[in-house]
Write a protein that binds this ligand. Structure first.
Ligand code: NIG
Ligand code: FE
Length: 414
């Protein structure tokens, strides 16, 4: 029998009851932790856990045992928003922004997403796969145990499908669950800038049916923003996706508050992501809905734009997740440890709230929280073992240092 017993855990964190699938409001700060604990893994799943004083060893003869004295165990991060398939980095735009140009100005001058798209169109599927695999491997080593990956740098039939096939290969190659999101509506390609209708037709009538045919996507996304996709255009795309069973995960209210959140909620989006620019209408639309508010503080830091108002979302009982937004233009890091630190420092989330938002609520934003996102009996044994730390709050406090000793995926050390 393949089983593993981990003993002497200083704090076994995130031991939610298996029926907890998402946390909102004051519940977000409830992060159950068993101190001086043991954890038993069988066949890649969490079988049981408890306190060392209650450990009965007589029937555990066949297990491999490891002791992790002084260390914490917590669920692996669930990063529900990334663009980690991309052809090349964009540090030249980073330098342009240091010199004073804005993200929007650079995008208007054919930099930004279109810069990535040009390079992606000429990259081979193998090249893209190798680059993306490298990044994915790196973030798993940093504790990510479930991830969402978007297309959106292809922006034509061949290239969007190429990206989604790369994501499918990643799914087949790595041991963590991956959700694929079709983001053909990321930016209008140059030749469609004054002919939106033709590009929308390609997205809706050509690319989407092929994606459905090959089952290449789990979700659909739109960058709903001034200068990108309008409310009406977003609505049409979400409707078209819904016909193929694809729920929305919408880029909303990043640079302006123009109704994107309300539109996405109306379409029962699984999540609305960014939300740096909220207003009361957007806030009210999320209240009493299942749509998850996914905040991306690394993007705010990197672009030097507003940070989302997490406190007000939490106070309005809205489910909040945090994610990396890993992409070459606005968040060139997939390090969820940094995201958790930023959530504490800049979103004023408590360490417990930030960890829940990066685990169980991140899993919920990928419809994975039945099997991932907490240390619960029957869930996949995807977890992080920290180095020796003084307390759980030391993790986000000590930002920038790597406090991860090892990462377990399906009960095996990665
Ligand atoms: O989430 N906002 C749109 N998309 C990405 C940025 C993409 C890029 O600049 O390449 C984001 O921030
Ligand atoms: Fe994004």
């Amino acid at each position: 029998m393949s089983s593993l017993l981990v003993t002497d855990i200083k704090g076994l964190t995130g031991t939610h009851s298996p029926n907890v699938l998402v946390l909102r409001g004051t519940d977000l700060s409830d992060l159950p932790t068993v101190s001086d604990a043991w954890l038993l893994i069988e066949h890649g799943l969490i079988k049981d856990f408890g306190r060392m004083t209650d450990l009965a060893t007589h029937n555990l003869k066949l297990t491999t045992q490891i002791s992790v004295k002084g260390k914490y165990i917590l669920p692996a991060w669930c990063d529900s928003h990334t663009h980690l398939v991309f052809p090349a980095s964009r540090e030249e735009e980073f330098v342009m922004r240091i010199k004073g140009r804005s993200y929007e100005e650079i995008a208007k001058a054919d930099g930004g997403i279109l810069n990535s798209a040009r390079k992606l169109q000429s990259a081979t599927e193998d090249e893209l796969f190798e680059n993306a695999f490298y990044r994915l491997d790196q973030v798993i080593k940093l504790g990510t145990g479930a991830i969402e990956v978007k297309s959106g740098y292809g922006l034509d039939y061949e290239s969007e499908l190429k990206m989604l096939r790369v994501i499918r290969r990643l799914k087949e190659t790595v041991p963590i669950p991956i959700k694929a999101t079709f983001l053909g509506a990321h930016a209008y390609p140059e030749r469609f800038k004054s002919d939106h209708e033709s590009y929308l037709k390609i997205l809706i009538n050509e690319i989407l049916p092929q994606i459905a045919d090959e089952k290449l996507a789990d979700y659909i996304d739109v960058f709903c923003e001034r200068g990108f996709f309008s409310l009406d255009e977003t609505s049409r795309i979400l409707e078209a996706g819904a016909k193929y069973g694809l729920k929305g995960k919408v880029h909303a209210n990043q640079l302006s508050a123009t109704g994107a959140v309300e539109m996405a909620v109306k379409h029962h989006a699984l999540s609305v992501d960014h939300l740096e620019m909220m207003n009361n209408d957007a806030l009210q639309s999320l209240k009493n809905h299942d749509t998850i508010a996914t905040l991306l503080p690394a993007c705010s830091l990197f672009l030097d734009i507003s940070f989302a108002n997490a406190r007000s979302l939490i106070d309005h009982n809205i489910a909040v997740a945090i994610a990396s937004d890993f992409n070459p233009g606005s968040a060139p890091s997939g390090n969820m440890n940094l995201v958790v630190s930023l959530a504490c420092m800049r979103l004023k989330m408590l360490p417990e709230e930030a960890i829940n938002a990066a685990t169980i609520n991140g899993a919920a934003a990928m419809e994975l929280s039945q099997n991932y996102g907490s240390i619960s009996r029957g869930k996949a044994a995807n977890f992080i073992v920290t180095k020796e730390i003084s307390s759980l709050a030391y993790l986000p406090y000590s930002f920038g240092s790597n406090l991860i000793e090892s990462v377990f995926i399906n009960g095996k050390i990665y």
